[in-house]
Write a protein that binds this ligand. Structure first.
Ligand code: SF4
Length: 220
C-alpha cells in the first residue's frame, strides 16, 4: 500500500535527485540571460524533436545574430536554415521563425504579448511551447507537458491519460499553481535521466515509495 501522494515532497526529492544533471534547455538558456518571451519561444521551437544538447548551442548561435524580431527578419531563409543546422526540420523552422517575427512586427508593434491565446495563434506554436515560454519568461503560472512529464505522472498513478494534451488538463486541476512551472523544470530532467522511457531507475528512485509504477514491466 502506497502512502497518500504528497506532490510537494515528491518534487522536493526530485529537485535533489536531478541536481547532478544538466538543466532543461529553456531553463539553462534563461540562466544564461536569454529570458525574453521572444527568445524563449524561439528556443522552444528550435527544441521541437531536438535534443537539449543540440537546442542549447543552436539557440546560442542564432542569438548571436538575432535576439529580437527585427534582428531575425534581417536574416534570409538560407541564412536562418544554416544557423538552425543540427535541429530537425531546419528549413521548416526557418520559415516558422520568420513568420512569427513578421507577425510580431506587423500585428503587435514589435512586442510579443504575454498571452497564451496569442502565442498559440502563431503558426508553429503549440500549447507546450506557449506555456513553457510564458512560464520561464514571465513567471506566469503555466504547465508545459512534454513526453517526459506525461510519462512520469502517469507512472506515478497521479494521472491516467493517453495524450499529453489530456495530461495538461488534469494537471491544471490537480497541481497547485505555485508548482506549475516546477512540473516542467523538474520532471523533464527527471524523465530524461531517472524515470527513463525504457528501464527506469526504480531501484534507486527517490520517490519509489509514492510511485505506483504504472506500466513499468522492467526496470533497473
Ligand atoms: S519508481 Fe520508477 S517508475 Fe516510479 S518515478 Fe521512480 S523511476 Fe519512475
Amino acid at each position: 500500500m502506497k502512502p497518500d501522494f504528497n506532490l510537494s515532497l515528491v518534487l522536493a526529492r526530485i529537485e535533489d535527485a536531478i541536481r547532478p544533471y544538466p538543466k532543461a534547455a529553456m531553463f539553462d538558456l534563461a540562466e544564461r540571460g536569454y529570458t525574453s518571451l521572444f527568445e524563449q519561444l524561439i528556443s522552444c521551437i528550435i527544441s521541437i524533436r531536438t535534443l537539449d544538447e543540440t537546442t542549447i548551442p543552436v539557440s546560442l548561435r542564432l542569438f548571436e545574430k538575432a535576439r529580437t524580431p527585427e534582428q531575425l527578419l534581417v536574416l534570409d531563409i538560407p541564412t536562418l536554415t544554416e544557423l538552425l543546422d543540427g535541429t530537425t526540420y531546419p528549413d521548416q523552422k526557418a520559415y516558422t521563425l520568420r513568420g512569427i517575427a513578421e507577425r510580431i512586427i506587423h500585428e503587435f508593434d514589435g512586442t510579443l504579448p504575454a498571452d497564451f491565446d496569442t502565442l498559440i495563434s502563431l503558426k508553429g506554436v503549440g500549447p507546450k511551447c506557449a506555456n513553457l515560454a510564458l512560464g520561464v519568461a514571465t513567471g506566469q503560472a503555466a504547465i508545459s507537458v512534454d513526453i517526459h512529464v506525461h510519462r512520469v505522472v502517469n507512472r506515478w498513478g497521479y494521472v491516467h491519460t493517453r495524450q499529453p494534451e489530456q495530461t495538461l488538463k488534469v494537471l491544471e486541476t490537480q497541481v497547485p499553481q505555485a508548482q506549475w512551472i516546477n512540473i516542467n523544470r523538474l520532471l523533464m530532467p527527471f524523465g530524461k535521466h531517472i524515470c527513463t522511457g525504457t528501464l527506469p531507475h526504480c531501484s534507486t528512485c527517490p520517490v519509489l515509495d509514492y510511485c505506483e509504477q504504472v506500466g513499468v514491466d522492467r526496470h533497473r
